[in-house]
Design a protein around this ligand. Structure first.
Ligand SMILES: NC(=O)c1ccc[n+]([C@@H]2O[C@H](COP(=O)([O-])OP(=O)(O)OC[C@H]3O[C@@H](n4cnc5c(N)ncnc54)[C@H](O)[C@@H]3O)[C@@H](O)[C@H]2O)c1
Length: 446
């Protein structure tokens, strides 16, 4: 079979919507054969994009897109056969693409992800998947219509740490009795007063208007672009028009630690409080609380998210939760489980907490390692019947809950939430805040 035929077949799986797995997509000439490589576009080639280079080098990167043309020479050294673009909308129409990796600023993630899904491309999107409730819902709806046919992954790569599934097993297997509540927190604080004032002009080759993309016009200021590689997001992600603050930043990683263990869908209510509302900047200190219905293995639970100094109460005075910068705690009828990203501790309490009720699972039942997080997605691109750890179903629910917390924070009261419609039945003001206005000419679902 020629290279072209094999690639066409793989595209066909997505384009025609056949259930993969029924297609034989394995290589004829070994895993590294050119015929088995994915044709990938990398959108956002510097910063976080750099962290994907080594994995991407094992595939065919045929398109590179960045709003900053100065980033191309180095990227082309690594991926010399790629065509360059400054506008991701044009890049997604590059002929022969199988998949796309999105490393742009947060306010474009849901846009690029939707456009890519609509073009039957497999998608890896850096976290956060969305910055409004409605964005998360649009991506999920598009993903659902392609589920099992397109591979997706959100860049919450800490999920591959073995501790994530150890926490899940312990909670699921009842080490703390019946799960009642779960809390996650992060202590990062990056206070800003407001959008930056106009200063200078974008350097040559930097397409600031494309960087703003769907967001309202804000004057250029080099302060939005002064961070080092992979950390520049900390220069813009706290502004409402460019990100979701800590929810999209470390919050995505930390809530993932909790989310992986509770099997929750969308909440039925949200309530939040924090520092005074700033129309330019998302809150630094804030906490949000959600009610989740029972599922097939547990009763109803509450989930809490705390950021920027807000913290859940420690179960005992001798436990100092503030020593964990980004962590999660699970509260059950017989104890607590406290975790950071790569370790955990169990705090049994009460007369029934002798632990005899808890039976560690057999070795064979221990959840297998996720393995290499990016490569798990590559494998699923080749066989979309394979599951990825943070697909757009799992991840969109998680971020929708977090973003609903920001809506509750803005309206300043407890709201009921109907996850079927994405609306609050008792708070019309909240419904105005589920989405946002985009600049003319930009459509989220193109
Ligand atoms: N998974 C992780 O651990 C992790 C770590 C760091 C950053 N991130 C995420 O990666 C993303 C990028 O963060 P960063 O710090 O690299 O930001 P950044 O501002 O450095 O942007 C990265 C690159 O994308 C380009 N870019 C931005 N908007 C673009 C657009 N619309 N079209 C094409 N190119 C565009 C920039 O010019 C830059 O080269 C953020 O969403 C952030 O949350 C994830």
């Amino acid at each position: 079979m020629s290279t072209l035929t094999t690639l066409s077949r793989r595209r066909f799986v997505g384009a025609a919507g056949l259930v993969a797995g029924r297609m034989i997509t394995r290589p004829l000439f070994g895993a590294d054969a050119p015929s088995n490589k994915l044709n990938i576009a990398l959108i956002g080639v510097w910063g976080r994009g750099l962290a994907h280079y080594d994995s991407l080098a094992e595939e065919n990167v045929i398109a590179l897109c960045d709003v900053n043309e100065k980033r191309f020479p180095d990227a082309l050294k690594r991926f010399p056969n790629a065509t360059t673009y400054v506008d991701w909308r044009k890049c997604l129409d590059h002929k022969g693409l199988d998949a796309v990796v999105i490393c742009t600023a947060d306010h474009t993630h849901a846009f690029v992800a939707n456009w890519a899904l609509n073009r039957n491309l497999h998608v890896y999107c850096e976290k956060p998947l969305a910055i409004t409730v409605n964005e998360a819902r649009t991506v999920r709806a598009n993903w659902q219509s392609k589920n099992g046919k397109l591979a997706t992954q959100v860049g919450m790569q800490r999920h591959a740490l073995q501790n994530f599934n150890r926490v899940r097993e312990l909670v699921r297997d009842g080490v703390i009795g019946d799960l009642k509540a779960a809390y996650a927190w992060g202590n990062r604080k990056i206070p800003r007063a407001g959008y930056l004032p106009a200063e200078g002009a974008p350097p040559e080759g930097f397409h600031y208007d494309l960087w703003l993309g769907p967001s309202p016009l804000h004057p250029y200021n080099p302060g939005y672009f002064s961070g080092g590689p992979g950390a520049n997001c900390l220069s813009w992600n706290m502004f409402w028009d460019f990100g979701a603050g800590q929810i999209g930043d470390m919050g995505s990683h930390t809530m993932d630690l909790l989310w992986n263990a509770v099997d929750a869908g969308l909440p039925t209510s949200a309530q939040a409080k924090g520092e005074a509302m700033n129309p330019d900047v998302t809150p630094v200190e804030c906490e949000s609380h959600f009610e989740h219905p029972a599922n097939d293995w547990r009763g109803p639970i509450t989930v809490g998210w705390y950021q920027g100094g807000a913290m859940p109460r420690a179960p005992k005075p001798y436990i100092d939760l503030t020593k964990i910068s980004h962590g999660a705690m699970f509260s059950g009828s017989k104890g607590f489980l406290i975790s950071d990203f790569d370790s955990r501790m169990i705090v049994p309490f009460g007369d029934e907490s002798d632990l005899t009720y808890y039976k560690p699972r057999a070795k064979e039942a221990v959840l297998p390692p996720v393995g290499h997080f990016q490569k798990q997605w590559f494998d699923a691109c080749r066989d979309p019947g394979k599951k990825t750890a943070c697909d757009f179903g799992y991840s969109s629910n998680m971020i929708e809950q977090m973003l609903l917390g920001l809506v509750a924070y803005r309206v300043g009261k407890k709201i009921q939430y109907d996850g079927k419609t994405g609306t609050s039945p008792d708070c019309p003001e909240a419904n105005q805040l589920m989405g946002k206005m985009y600049r003319e000419g930009w459509t989220i679902n193109g």
